[in-house]
Write a protein that binds this ligand. Structure first.
Ligand code: F6R
Length: 247
């Protein structure tokens, strides 16, 4: 694992955007797996700035959101589809039809199959960008999820619903969906390259576990130790619990 520790959130965001931009510039067509949440907002801001400055062309970019709350329509303002459109897709030149998010209603098995098929049809993921939960989740693969899972419907951990309620502006906990559809661990591990971002002291224990702990389904991000091309960009707060060798 390549662990890059930067001073703060701003530096993490700039570095992450540079990494994504380098992937986009490296080929004519790039398939990205993309996270939502608070961590990547600065990265998206910088990618949009690069595009507006004429430095980055998204016409060959295909995106796949990593996850979605089950039951929220893509028009719902708290949906991850809405997030991705407003933070990135509608601000750059990704052609209509090249931005993907999972179907999050109806037949669950069919929705999961459909998402895997779309990813495969796109040629697989060149780069997946991840945030990390305080409990070590990646995507919405909560502790205890089998490493073999592909896209699946998950019950969100209580701590995740609480964190999302506080962090994402839900009115109260009852408004936070109980289920989500998420790329599985095996889907994420199938990406050619992985970039994980973390900022803040509340991520420190999960980051240390992911990098230096045992590979265990109890800390889903620890599986990344087995991926051949993983970079973590973490700020000093999130690197707090790493041993000096990594930090
Ligand atoms: C969101 C996702 C989640 C988040 C994680 C961290 O699409 O897949 O795994 O990356 O919950 O969320 P933030 O960045 O809000 O702390």
């Amino acid at each position: 694992m390549n662990v890059i520790v930067v001073p703060d959130y701003e530096q993490m965001s700039l570095h992450a955007a540079e990494t994504v931009a380098a992937e986009i510039r490296a080929r004519t067509r790039t398939v990205l797996g993309l996270p939502t949440g608070n961590t990547p907002k600065g990265m998206y801001r910088e990618l949009v700035r690069m595009h507006q400055a004429g430095e980055l062309d998204f016409s060959g970019v295909v995106t796949f959101n990593i996850d979605e709350y089950w039951g929220l329509s893509p028009e719902h303002p708290m949906s991850f589809a809405y997030y991705m459109r407003t933070h990135l897709v509608e601000r750059v030149n990704i052609p209509a039809g090249q931005a993907n998010w999972p179907v999050a209603s109806g037949d669950q098995a069919a929705a999961c199959r459909d998402y895997e098929e779309r990813i495969t049809a796109a040629g697989g993921l060149d780069l997946v960008v991840l945030g990390i939960g305080g409990n070590g989740h990646i995507g919405f693969n909560e502790p205890g999820t089998s490493f073999d899972t592909r896209t699946h419907v998950v019950r969100l951990a209580e701590e995740t619903r609480l964190a999302n309620c506080r962090g994402y502006g839900f009115r109260d906990l009852d408004d936070v969906p109980e289920f989500a559809i998420s790329m599985g661990i095996a889907t994420i591990m199938g990406a050619r390259k992985v970039l994980l971002l973390a900022s803040g002291r509340e991520k420190a224990a999960a980051v240390a576990g992911a990098v230096q702990g045992p590979v265990t389904e109890e800390l889903p991000a620890s599986i990344l130790q087995r991926h051949p091309d993983v970079t973590l960009i973490v700020d000093e707060q999130a690197a707090f619990a790493l041993s000096p060798r990594e930090a």
